[in-house]
Write a protein that binds this ligand. Structure first.
Ligand SMILES: Cc1cc2nc3c(=O)[nH]c(=O)nc-3n(C[C@H](O)[C@H](O)[C@H](O)COP(=O)(O)OP(=O)(O)OC[C@H]3O[C@@H](n4cnc5c(N)ncnc54)[C@H](O)[C@@H]3O)c2cc1C
Length: 370
């Protein structure tokens, strides 16, 4: 979704744009996500907050701008809290978010039960509540893909980049198995696969990944689950563990229930499921929502999730090569894509930004270590 949205803005601003996609459009980690436009779980610095706030605000008119519906809707998010330190942390977080235009509040178990009557609240002391958004990620990618094409971009699926030609400190051409494309600027927006691609130009980017699995249940009555549910201790649960389940669930626009996430550490980049992952998700789901014990699973999938050493994305020019631009490893990706993709296009075209994105500069990790 980052590459497709950036291609749309580049073409719209008049740049001759070619997108080379290894597989299907939107088929990377973008095909794996739960469609949430998250607003409350990211970093609290002004840049990240602004990107989320402006990105989500732009969603309301984006389907019109792209001339394609992607099932955008506002939705409630409940972040379940089990301990006093997490309650204190989310109280502070709620104040900062609310103060910055993202209304968030902490609520007690009685209120939580009124909002979600079928949730098992055993072991919970409350939740943080905020309004976020939901969309269909396949249609979101497709909307950008179609709009980019209408703006004159050339988009080629099943065209993996196999080589980057470097001469005198700049990339002069991009190669696929059958073609060579001369280029003045090369932007790598390959999510978890970014290091594989930049290595073709001898650049080791500090992006690693975990592998996450998810599944979708059959369509069920909407009163069973009204809000998206997540855990305040998500990162504590998965941090440093070889395998862990941090449960999250939410209503999909088509009535199904999306259930995430079994996380595993692995060096391999793949999109498979595992027996432990799917059974682990199912076990945690039934603990939290016993009523869903008999619901049928329609489909399950897995995908790598990229991350950098400090958790912030890499957006900007790669040190060491003159014309290699990087945009990868986003947090709250869906929320920020509508605005950050336009900022990316402006940076590539050398236009001044109204915001300082130095926080995301790849140069902060120099020298790059893989
Ligand atoms: C289970 C799960 C649930 C998630 N839920 C959410 C959510 O609700 N909300 C949210 O905001 N985020 C969510 N995420 C994260 C989100 O999906 C990602 O952050 C986002 O999709 C990354 O988009 P991207 O465009 O940067 O990368 P990708 O979608 O991974 O795109 C990178 C593309 O690069 C291509 N590529 C790789 N190698 C090459 C090559 N050699 N040549 C050409 N192309 C190449 C790949 O085919 C791929 O399509 C979730 C992730 C997972 C795993």
């Amino acid at each position: 979704m980052v590459g497709l949205a950036s291609s749309y803005h580049l073409a719209k601003k008049g740049a001759k744009t070619l997108l080379l996609q290894a597989g299907d459009f939107g088929g990377g980690t973008s095909a794996a996500n739960a469609g949430r436009a998250q607003v409350s779980e990211g970093y609290l610095d002004p840049v990240n907050i602004q990107a989320v706030r402006e990105g989500v605000a732009r969603m309301d008119n984006l389907a019109g701008e792209l001339d394609s519906d992607f099932e955008w809707q506002r939705s409630g998010y409940l972040c379940l809290i089990k301990t006093q330190p997490l309650w204190d942390e989310w109280t502070r977080r709620s104040q900062i978010l609310s103060h910055n235009g993202i209304p968030t509040e902490v609520i007690d178990v009685d209120t939580l039960t009124r909002l979600e009557p079928f949730l098992n609240t055993e072991g919970l002391i409350g939740a943080a509540y905020t309004r976020e958004g939901l969309l269909n990620p396949f249609k979101f990618c497709w909307a950008y893909r179609q709009a980019a094409s209408r703006q004159g971009a050339t988009l080629l699926a099943h065209s993996p980049v196999t080589g980057l030609e470097v001469q005198d400190g700049r990339i002069t051409a991009v190669e696929t198995r059958t073609q060579r494309y001369a280029a003045s600027v090369v932007a790598v927006m390959c999510g978890a696969w970014t290091p594989q691609v930049t290595r073709l130009a001898g650049v080791d980017v500090p992006i690693r990944h975990t592998h996450a699995e998810a599944m979708i249940l059959e369509p069920l009555p909407p009163w069973l689950l009204r809000n998206t549910i997540g855990l305040a201790d998500f990162y504590e649960l998965i941090h440093g563990r070889q395998q862990a389940v941090a449960i999250g669930l939410g209503p999909h626009p088509n009535g199904g229930i999306l259930v995430t996430e079994a996380v595993a550490q692995t060096d391999e980049l793949h999109q498979r499921n595992s027996v432990w992952g799917i059974t682990g998700i199912a076990r945690e789901l039934v603990k939290l929502y016993p009523t869903l014990g008999k619901a049928r699973v329609l489909r399950a999938w897995g995908s790598p999730t990229p991350f950098t050493p400090d958790g912030n994305p890499l957006i900007g020019w790669a040190p060491g090569l003159e014309n290699l631009f990087l945009a990868a490893s986003f947090m709250q990706t869906i929320s920020v894509v509508p605005v950050v993709s336009e900022w990316i296009a402006d940076m590539i075209l050398g236009k001044a930004l109204s915001i300082d994105l130095g926080l995301f500069s790849p140069a902060r990790f120099v020298p790059f270590r893989p």
